[in-house]
Design a protein around this ligand. Structure first.
Ligand code: BES
Ligand code: ZN
Length: 454
């Protein structure tokens, strides 16, 4: 390992400068005015992957390209690792809440601030640099590596599953390694054992043909905004449970051992509340905060729109109302089944006088790790060597729908080790990634290859 470690020491400043260049490209996948930027990020990445020693190319899809690269010099008897990450980023609005330009990275207090630092450019790039360090130091890697990076993760990966299915042979691997999540706390290396799934809908409530005077028409005419509020309010009961019939049928309760392990983690609830600026927490009765975030399903309104929202008063009875509603799912819930139950519920509670439509946005299955012992031991040793302490097992509340699809199509276990810190403002203004986490990530992954290949 030492010559690889020495190479990392020597080249670290350059790695960071390159990452800054990557971060300067506004590859916002959701916004079509950034389509050319998103492509530029893919092309930039391919160039860096080639420089690192991978054979790499841009692969077209109906929208944002997939980047693929490989180094297969370890031979057919060595294990093959598939690395996945995404080079697209979330939109930056509200822009005025950023303390510095989201696409001009700066270091403040040991943190690299820019959109996409943690999610996921910094974490994707540390893999490329770990590969580069091996190839530069030794001319070879102890494992075969394949790297796939998509530009559509933040919009639900619409083209990646077909790509993976069509390239099953090419992507074949013994393990999929992903860094798109976080550490339990700074300095505590973490292996992820669960991600929640997602089922995301748009609810449209239509009343009269056009907006009406709320005095002249209010009373007999059913107000779509009021109706929407009633529908939304009906989604939970007073104990914080989701009140959709059959919703919990497929929820697997976690075993006592895992629940005890979660309870044993040093979670600072007061600090958590302080960090997000609230004075009390809610949610489902009978579960701890970490359980509510990691192992219980949710239903949340993500956006609402109706009537007059401009300055001052306008007495109007709106013609329509819209809400974006998403469910986070846990094993063994199925997004399609949740969609059916949600539709049935909405139809049942919608008052006469308005029409309702439920459109599907996107979804993904929940995931629970099924690491084989060899992979888990290699990950444990690599994390312990890089961080100087053994890792903890953690869950996550977010979703990476492709993880389960990789496992299904490639029949290989996924290992999720992420390096971002709690409170790093994913999807929010002032996203950051710790300078030291970028370095620790490179060292961990470089060591992981030795552990897996040894
Ligand atoms: N990296 C995140 C998911 C994540 C966040 C995993 C925190 C673990 C910890 C990913 O980029 C993401 O944001 N995914 C979306 C889902 C997607 C279908 C839009 C999410 O969770 O909202
Ligand atoms: Zn994200």
């Amino acid at each position: 390992m030492s010559e690889v470690a020495a190479t990392i020491d020597r080249d670290l400043d350059r790695y960071r400068e390159e990452l800054f260049d990557f971060l300067r490209i506004p590859s916002i996948s959701a916004q079509s005015e950034h389509d050319a930027d998103t492509r530029r990020a893919a092309e930039w990445l391919v160039e860096r992957m080639r420089e690192a020693g991978l054979e790499a190319e841009v692969c077209e899809t109906p929208r944002h390209p997939v980047v693929y690269g490989e180094w297969l010099g370890a031979g057919p008897d060595a294990p093959t690792v598939l690395v996945y990450g995404h080079y697209d980023v979330q939109p930056v609005e509200p822009l005025d809440e950023w303390e510095s330009d989201p696409f001009e990275p700066v270091i403040r207090d040991g943190r690299i601030y820019a959109r996409g630092t943690a999610d996921d450019k910094g974490q994707l790039y540390l893999h490329v640099k770990a590969i580069e360090a091996h190839l530069k130091a030794r001319g070879r890697l102890p494992v075969n590596v394949k790297v796939i990076a998509e530009g559509e993760e933040e919009i639900g990966s619409p083209n990646l599953v077909p790509f993976v299915e069509a390239n099953r042979e090419r992507l074949a691997a013994d393990a999929v390694v992903i860094s798109d999540s976080g550490l339990f706390a700074p300095g505590i290396p973490s292996i992820l054992y669960s991600l929640r799934g997602l089922a995301y809908f748009e609810l449209h409530v239509q009343g009269p043909d056009a907006d009406l005077h709320s005095g002249v028409y209010g009373g007999p005419v059913v107000n779509p905004a009021n109706a929407l509020a009633r529908i939304v309010a009906s989604l939970h009961d007073e104990r914080g449970r989701i009140a959709i019939e059959g919703f919990y049928d497929d929820v697997v309760e976690w075993d006592e051992e895992t629940r005890a392990e979660i309870r044993g983690l040093p979670f600072d609830e007061e600090g958590f509340m302080r960090e997000i600026g609230v004075t009390a927490l809610g949610g489902e009765e009978g579960y701890s905060t970490l359980e509510k975030r990691w192992s219980r399903p949710t239903c949340d309104v993500n956006g609402m729109l109706s009537g007059y929202t401009g300055e001052g008063a306008k007495t109007v009875l709106p013609a329509r109302a819209t809400a974006k509603v998403s469910f986070r799912l846990v094993p063994d819930q199925d997004p399609a089944r949740v969609g059916e139950l949600f539709r049935a519920h909405v139809e049942r509670v919608t008052p006469p006088g308005v029409r309702v439509r439920v459109d599907e946005l996107h979804g993904g299955r929940p995931w629970r790790a099924r690491l084989d012992a060899r992979l888990e031991q290699a990950a444990r040793r690599a994390l312990e060597r890089a961080f100087g302490r053994p890792p903890v097992l953690v869950g996550e509340g977010g979703s990476i729908p492709i993880v389960g699809e990789f496992e299904r199509v490639l029949e290989a276990p996924a290992l999720l080790i992420g390096f971002s810190y709690p409170g790093c403002n994913l999807h929010a203004p002032n996203e950051w990634f710790a300078v030291e986490a970028f370095e620790l990530g490179i060292r961990t992954i470089a060591t992981l290859y030795d552990e897996l290949g040894g």
